[in-house]
Design a binder for this molecule. Structure first.
Ligand code: ASP
Length: 316
């Protein structure tokens, strides 16, 4: 690796929650990910993961996380096996998560897992010798998304802290914002949480931000927030986590980012979204210089290449 940071060793480490990392470690991963960009585009190649096999276990739907992990593995010379639909596995016959993980551990060197239950990734890590990378556990955490979100802010804004960042939408059930609020507080970003009253950021997340020295502003109105923001991080209302369809119908469509709303925005405002978007960002915004969400999604590849390489002890 050509950059100046002191080498850190992540070999064998599970990636379960962003809270397991220090700011120094996060900075290191982000710098390593910068080195991976040309490899992620296929413009350079080094088979760091040649001969390694990744188990890609998706118990919940995914487009970007699964494909970018698999792309990352392939781009570094490794291979992946796995499933995108648990109904085609022995889970259907009643197999426990522990046994499925034992098998993935026997067949591969690395395990990426998405699961609807909070805490499932931490549990999986107990049954596997191979590193487990949490690709989302229910409404809990999404650490690799968080790292690619930080990477996007860092590369676009040249720093993470000192930005005014608004997290918007379903802050109750959205796992990406739970991880991101914590991480942004480590960098002392100025945070505003915008959500319908019923979908506010959980108190324990707000308390953690405060413990890290950041007092987030909480509001349900987006209009005033747009003018001052450096980053709008928009999220989808997480339909699948609502116990009651009526409750979902009441809040769906609460926010819509469109060109009219952006009229008074800062020139350098960036709009991010973990995707998929449903109705919360009008497609007309895609053509504006504010729209960063597709680039953000690409950033998943270099960041996941960095992680896969670091936890398997490979070096650029
Ligand atoms: N793709 C993100 C996640 O898995 C965001 C979303 O689904 O709304 O959490």
């Amino acid at each position: 690796m050509s950059f100046f940071l002191i080498q850190m060793n992540f070999e064998g480490k599970d990636i379960i929650s962003i809270k397991d990392f220090s700011k120094k470690e996060i900075n290191y991963i982000l710098e390593y990910a910068k080195e991976m960009v040309l490899y992620a585009k296929g413009e350079k190649y080094k088979g760091i993961l040649k001969g390694k096999v990744l188990s890609s276990l998706f118990f919940e739907p995914s487009t970007r996380t699964r494909l970018s992990f698999e792309s990352a593995m392939n781009r570094l010379g490794g291979r992946s096996i796995g499933f995108a639909d648990p109904s085609a596995t022995s889970q259907k016959k009643g197999e426990s998560l522990a046994d499925t993980i034992r098998m993935a551990d026997a067949y591969s060197d690395l395990i990426v897992m998405r699961h609807p239950q909070e805490g499932a990734a931490r549990l999986a890590a107990e049954f596997a010798d191979a590193p487990v990378l949490n690709a989302g556990d229910g409404a809990g955490h999404h650490p690799t998304q968080c790292l690619l979100d930080l990477f996007t802010i860092l590369t676009e804004k040249k720093r993470i802290g000192k930005n005014k960042i608004a997290l918007i939408g379903d802050l109750k059930y959205g796992r990406t914002v739970h991880s991101l609020a914590y991480a942004l507080s480590m960098y002392k970003a100025e945070l505003t949480f915008v959500s319908p009253a019923t979908l506010k950021m959980p108190k324990e997340v707000v308390d953690e931000c405060i413990e890290l020295g950041v007092e987030p502003t909480q509001t349900s109105s987006i209009d005033k927030v747009v003018k001052d923001a450096d980053v709008l991080y928009v999220t989808r209302i997480q339909r699948e986590r609502f116990p009651d369809a009526e409750e979902y119908n009441r809040v769906v469509g609460s926010y819509k980012i469109n060109n009219e709303l952006l009229q008074n925005a800062k020139e350098k405002l960036i709009i991010m979204h973990p995707l998929p978007r449903v109705t919360e960002i009008d497609p007309e915004v895609d053509a504006t210089p504010h729209a960063l969400y597709f680039k953000q999604a690409f950033n998943g590849v270099p960041v996941r290449m960095a992680l896969l390489s670091l936890v398997s002890g490979g070096k650029l």
